[in-house]
Design a protein around this ligand. Structure first.
Ligand code: NAD
Length: 505
């Protein structure tokens, strides 16, 4: 919803431009709503063209000095930042929970996974080590440096407003770049608090800029010659647009996109572990995770476990962020809820069996929340919309297959390839699965295999456009350019410099 900036009773979200937290002069503002009540909790501006120009110019100018700050000094800022984020962990989680609807514990997890990336960024001196070979020819040495690119940009989604901005700007800035963040307009307050703490940690105020808005602001960044690299996380259509437009404008782009993650269960798997894990992996965070399990593939006799799975899923319920009994919160917006409810209806129309239907879900005391209860479909086929589309809600589709080969074929035929998991007691089955599956992140008896930041977040196929992934060594390569130097020094010049080469031991 867009409104004018006439209403002064609602918190106005600031932007960070030129080292100052300032109000936008925009006349276009977007409401930020509490997803459990629809109450407007803030409004966020669509940064004006003039303000966008100031942010870009400021980032470009800051790069001139920031790239020369010694790498250990940059690392120390990340160390201080990590400490501050830990100190403010609960406060950040509360801001995050209120604007996303996530449960407090889940919100803490969102912040924590970002803190881990900041820890990784504090290792930047060793991550930026280049390569050397002495004597590539007589008296000639070759060595390489990793140098920052300049102004980098991050465009982030609503579903992890702490973790995903923290995937991006700490590493990019630790590498010597400056950064412009355009967070999701649906939950911008968490990223703004992250930015405040970053400056408090000692970062020069103009190395990070935060602007707000939607397509118009993103388009400015995609086409701006001074922007060198773009990191994007969001849906598949927008990811494709960002990748094609950014690269057409000669920028380096990494675009992390949507997903459809399958969990395969072999009949020899630990039954109780499967039942315990599938609940949180499918409906946790209301299914609004790019690594959520949305398809359960039951192989052979494991199809007999469906009654237990239905019972376990039926026992959890959504609730407000501070309700300790709630398994998960509301969907982010009424539009998101309508989309999920429509897909549930389509699933029924297209012939799937709906064992649990959460589309009429209500939560006491919150009549206007975007609630969807746990929803379970069986007899799902690959032609159905609930299988083909990313539902992004607490909806689990079950497919029965006869063999592990059938499961692998099914998954390899799906366009997305973000994450998958296999539950089994067989090392041979696990070995076959991890080798043959065309998905970038694989869990063996782990439902949501998100790699820790010293690895990289490696989605494949339609879940990722680009080559270097987020965090780990790959992010350092993404945010730097390699310079290779081949050097020869003539011993005959030594005498001319007057340097005494005699070493007295
Ligand atoms: P989204 O694509 O709607 O928005 C993402 C960002 O792009 C936002 O900042 C938004 O303002 C901007 N944007 C939206 N439309 C745009 C347009 N037409 N042009 C330019 N910019 C535009 O995504 P979302 O709904 O915020 O997030 C949910 C999606 O993100 C899901 O599909 C989920 O799977 C995906 N996701 C993927 C990963 C991953 O690592 N692969 C991680 C988290 C979320």
């Amino acid at each position: 919803m867009t409104q004018s900036n006439q209403d002064n009773s609602i918190t106005k979200v600031k932007q960070l431009i030129g080292g100052e937290f300032q109000y936008s002069s925009s006349d276009e503002w977007i409401e930020v709503n509490d997803p459990a009540t629809q109450k407007v909790i803030a409004k966020v501006p669509c940064t004006t063209a003039e303000e966008m120009r100031q942010a870009i110019d400021s980032a470009k100018n800051a790069f001139k000095t920031w790239r020369n700050i010694p790498v250990p000094a940059r690392a120390r800022i990340m160390l201080a930042y990590q400490g501050l984020l830990k100190k403010h962990h609960d406060e950040l989680a509360e801001i995050l929970a209120k604007e996303t609807g996530k449960t407090f514990e889940d919100a803490k997890g969102d912040v924590w996974r970002g803190i881990e990336v900041v820890e990784h960024a504090a290792n930047v001196p060793s991550l930026m080590m280049g390569e050397t070979v002495e004597n590539v020819a007589t008296s000639i040495d070759t060595y390489s440096y990793m140098q920052p690119l300049g102004v980098c940009v991050g465009i982030t989604p609503f579903n992890f407003p702490a973790m995903i901005p923290l995937w991006m700007f700490p590493l990019a800035i630790a590498c010597g770049n400056t950064f412009i963040l355009k967070p999701s307009e649906q939950d911008p307050m968490t990223p703004m608090r992250l930015a405040e703490l970053f400056l408090e940690a000692g970062a020069p105020p103009d190395v990070l800029q935060v602007v707000h808005g939607r397509k118009e602001q993103v388009d400015t960044l995609l086409t701006e010659p001074d922007v060198k690299a773009i990191s994007f996380v969001g849906s598949v259509p927008v990811g494709q647009y960002i990748y094609s437009t950014g690269t057409a404008n000669m920028k380096r782009v990494q675009a992390f996109a949507g997903a459809k993650n399958h969990m395969v269960v072999m009949p020899d798997a630990n039954r109780q572990q499967v039942i315990n894990n599938i609940v949180g992996a499918s409906v946790g965070a209301a299914g609004q995770r790019c690594m959520a399990i949305s398809v359960l593939v039951l192989v052979g006799q494991s199809s007999e476990w469906i009654d237990d799975i239905t019972e376990a899923l039926g026992q959890v319920h959504p609730g407000a962020w501070n309700d300790p009994e709630a398994a998960y919160g509301p969907l982010i917006s009424p539009q998101a809820k309508q989309r999920v409810v429509k897909l549930i209806a389509q699933g029924k129309e297209e012939g799937a069996t709906c064992l649990l239907d959460g589309s009429q879900c209500e939560v006491d005391g919150f009549p206007d929340g975007n609630w969807v209860g746990p929803t379970l479909f069986t007899n799902v086929t690959p032609e159905m919309s609930i299988y083909n589309e990313e539902v992004f809600g607490p909806v689990l589709s079950v497919i029965n297959v006869d063999t592990l080969e059938d499961a692998i074929e099914l998954i390899n035929n799906h366009p997305c390839g973000n994450g998958t998991s296999l539950f089994t007691a067989s090392g041979a089955a696990a070995r076959k699965y991890q080798h043959e599956i065309e998905v970038g992140q694989v869990g063996i008896n782990i439902p949501i295999p998100v790699p820790l930041p010293f690895f990289s977040f490696t989605g494949w196929k339609a879940s990722f456009y680009g080559d270097q992934h987020a965090y780990g060594k790959q992010a350092v390569r993404f945010y730097t350019e390699t310079k290779t130097i081949t050097a020869r020094w003539f011993e005959s010049d030594i005498a001319d410099t007057g340097i005494n080469m005699t070493i007295n031991l």
